[in-house]
Design a protein around this ligand. Sequence first.
Ligand code: 0T9
Length: 390
Amino acid sequence: VLSQQAPQKDSLKSFISTLATFSGDLSSLTCPSFLLSSVSLLEYSQYWGDHPKLFASISAGETPEERLLNCTRWFISTLYGSYSSRATTAGMEKKPYNPILGEQYFAQWTGDEATGDIVLTAEQVSHHPPILGFHLENKKAGVILEGHCGQKSRFAMPAGIDVHQTGHAIVTLPNHNNETYLITLPSLNIRGIVTGRPSVELSGATHIVSSAGMIASIEYSTKGYFSGERNSFKATLKPLDGGDPFYTAQGVWSGVSNYVDLTKGDGESKLFFDSLADKPVAPELKPKEEMGPLESHRLWSNVTHAINTKDYGTASREKSKIEDAQRVLAKARKERGETQADALKLFVLVDEDADATGKAFQALREDLFDAVGTKALREDEKRPHWRLRK
Ligand code: 0T9
C-alpha cells in the first residue's frame, strides 16, 4: 500500500529507481526528504548503554557461565534500541547523517551506588569508508565495551537493502582477571522501502566468544522460523571444547524471551528479558552551549533545526556547507601526507596486536574460527583497530 501523499510518492518512486544503481555505500544514498532523520549515525552508539543495569550485571555473574549468560542478556537488550526503536516510535527507519571524520559523541548514564555510571565516548574514526569507534565504561562495576563498526550494503530484490556490518565489539572485565568477550555484529535487511516505511530486520547470527572457553551463538530469524513472530532469536551457550550446552534462551528480542538452565535437568523456562517492560534509559548529554564544535548535536544543529521545521532547502544547503568544508580539510590533509587517523582526537589507530585487548581479540577470533568457520568474522577484520587514547 502506498500510504504517502502524492509528492512523496513521486520522490519515493524515483528514489526506488536510483536504488537499482546503488553502489554499496549507504552514506551516498540521496533519500526523499520524508526519509531524512535529524540525528547523526554516531549517536546510535548510545544504544550499547541503554540498559545500564544489565551492562553492569555482566561482571556480577559468579561463574564464567553466568557472566556469559548476563553478557548475552545485556546484548539482547541493546537490540530494541539499535534496530527497532526508530521504526517503532517514528513509524519508520530514516536516514541518519553520515558523520564527518573526527565527529564526537559523549554521553553518560548516572547509576546508583550499586550500579555505577557509564561513560560513553564515540568518534567517527574513518569517513571513507564510514566507520565509527565506541567506548563505554562502568568503572565501578568493572565493565568496558569497546569496538568499531562500518557497513557494507547491497541492493536486494525486491527493493530491499542487505547490510553487512564490519567490525566487532569487545567486552573486558578488569575485576575478573581481564576476562574478555568478542562480540560479532549481526547482518540486517532494510525492508519496506516500496511502501515508504522502511524498517530493519536482523539476519544471520551473533557470536559472543569468551576467553573462559565458551561461546554464545544467537541466531536471528526474520521469517518467524523459531516462534512465528518477527524479531525472533534463539541463543545457545556452550563450552568451546565441544561439551554440552549449559543454557538456551529464545523468544523475541523486541518483546519477551525466556531461558532454560540445562544443567538443572528440570527444563524449567524462566524469564530472560522483557523488552516491553524494561525500556531503554536515555543517557545524559551536556548542554549544547558546552559542546565542542565536533560534537554531533552542535555540529549538525543548523541541519537539525531545518529538518525539524521541514525546511528541506535550508537543510540541504547547511549539509553541503559541512560536506564542502570536509572536502577542503581532506585535500589539505592529503597534501600534508597525513592519513584519516591523523585527524582523530579521541581514538588512535593501532595494530591488531598492539595491546592486551588486541591480543585477546586475536585469540578469540581463532576460537571463533574453530567453532563456527570463516563467515563470522571475515577477512576484512584483519586490519588495524581503533582504541580510545589513554
Ligand atoms: C551501528 C545500527 C547501524 C549502526 C545502522 C543501515 C543503517 C545505518 C547503520 C548498523 C549501530 O550499532 C546499529 C542500526 C541501524 C543501522 C541503520 C538502519 C538504516 O536504515 C541505515 C541506513 C544508512 C539508511 O538509513 C538507509 C536509508 C533507509 C532509511 C531508506 C532506504
